[in-house]
Design a protein around this ligand. Structure first.
Ligand code: NAD
Ligand code: UDP
Ligand code: UDP
Length: 316
């Protein structure tokens, strides 16, 4: 049955892949975005699909529409962007969640929240399970994002408890792929763009900090499975790839795959930068029909490098 699905932040990196996939599955997709970090290029190929609708709107303002499902992704995701206007980031997470939950309550739509591994802060437990409460600095430079997302999770569970809203919460771990913003400062896009331009590759700190990188297609699969999971499974559930790499290892892979002459340059580690991060995905595998990430780092990097190579060569 064709569902009417709202994707907030649908013109962003992850949102655009999600819209594409939901359309492929035969749904009616409404993409809402204020284009803060997203852009029309990401979804331009969907515009002539009669089942795709694009609406410029800011999620911090009320939004009235009739839908069956909502994927709430609207929020800047990279440190540079979410720190650019930190108050707006908090409003987007918190007021955005309230408005979308209000919409879900009125329309009886099922609503999924794109939360983040950042709710674990700089984790003292490794790898991170969903029952770990996190180690977040509430007044640090990342708090606008971390605490905003934590408050959104709380709102989701309270709307469920108090108003019986059907909720789903996923905690997304570092995700990469085509349509990442080239200037958003995230490590995968930075390293690839630097390598392709022959510039030095900027390692923050000693490069021994770790992250676990998930290719966007694996995330989209996990996200849709979560939306369609049994009614009493609300999450939060980690969606990520447990293969963990140091930033030095990532840089070496990017150098090898691009064949660049770029050298490494070491820069100060940003404040509150987590030293390690790796999802425990046991719960996702159990509840989401044996979902597991399939794309290895090398394969995903090759696709992402192809994308950046293309956009760097094309006139803006
Ligand atoms: P992105 O910046 O590419 O996408 C976010 C989208 O939200 C953009 O299109 C932006 O214009 C839009 N947006 C921002 N503020 C808005 C507002 N007030 N109203 C309407 N639209 C607004 O980032 P992404 O990586 O695609 O992230 C999507 C979601 O996934 C975010 O909620 C993010 O927190 C979450 N997430 C991403 C990652 C990751 O590694 N990419 C990790 C954890 C969580
Ligand atoms: N809201 C919205 N669209 C809707 C229904 C509600 O944007 O279709 C907003 C509404 O503006 C409100 C918020 O969602 O501020 C929370 O709604 P709720 O019903 O929980 O709160 P109330 O309206 O009682 O303050
Ligand atoms: N990083 C880096 N060089 C860069 C950009 C980031 O070494 O040019 C590091 C950053 O300090 C962090 C890791 O890479 O330790 C991942 O950073 P990103 O911003 O991609 O994600 P997050 O810190 O939110 O996980």
């Amino acid at each position: 049955m064709k569902k009417r699905i709202l994707v907030t932040g649908g013109a962003g990196f992850i949102g655009s892949h999600l819209c594409e996939r939901l359309l492929k599955e035969g749904n009616d997709v409404i993409c809402m975005d204020n284009y803060f970090t997203g852009n029309k290029q990401n979804i331009i190929h969907l515009l002539d699909n009669p089942y795709f609708e694009l609406i410029r709107h800011d999620v911090t303002h009320p939004f009235y529409i009739e839908v069956d499902e909502i994927y709430n992704l609207a929020c800047p995701a990279s440190p540079i962007h979410y720190q650019f206007n930190s108050i707006k980031t908090i409003k987007t997470s918190v007021m955005g969640a309230i408005n979308m939950l209000g919409l879900a309550k009125r329309t009886k739509a099922k609503i999924l929240q794109a939360s983040t591994s950042e709710v674990y802060g700089d984790p003292e437990v490794h790898p991170q399970c969903e029952d770990y409460w996190g180690n977040v600095n509430p007044i640090g430079i990342r708090s606008c994002y971390d605490e905003g997302k934590r408050c959104a999770e709380s709102l989701f569970f309270n709307y469920h408890a108090q108003n019986k809203v059907a909720i789903k919460v996923i905690r997304i771990f570092n995700t990469y792929g085509p349509r990442m913003h080239p200037n958003d400062g995230r490590v995968v896009s930075n390293f690839i763009v630097q390598a392709l331009k022959g510039q030095d590759i900027t390692i923050f700190g000693d490069g021994k900090q770790t992250r676990s990188f998930q290719y966007v297609d694996d995330l989209v699969e996990g996200t849709i499975r979560m939306m369609n999971s049994r009614d009493d499974f609300l999450g939060p559930v980690n969606i990520g790839n447990p293969n963990e790499f140091t930033m030095l290892e990532l840089a070496q892979q990017v150098i090898a795959l691009t064949g660049t002459q770029s050298k490494l340059t070491f820069m100060p580690l940003p404040e509150d930068d987590p030293s390690q991060r790796q999802p425990d995905i046991t719960l996702a595998q159990k509840e989401l029909d044996n979902w597991t990430p399939k794309v290895e780092l090398k394969e995903g990097l090759i696709k992402t490098i192809e994308y950046f190579d293309r956009i760097l060569k094309s006139p803006q």
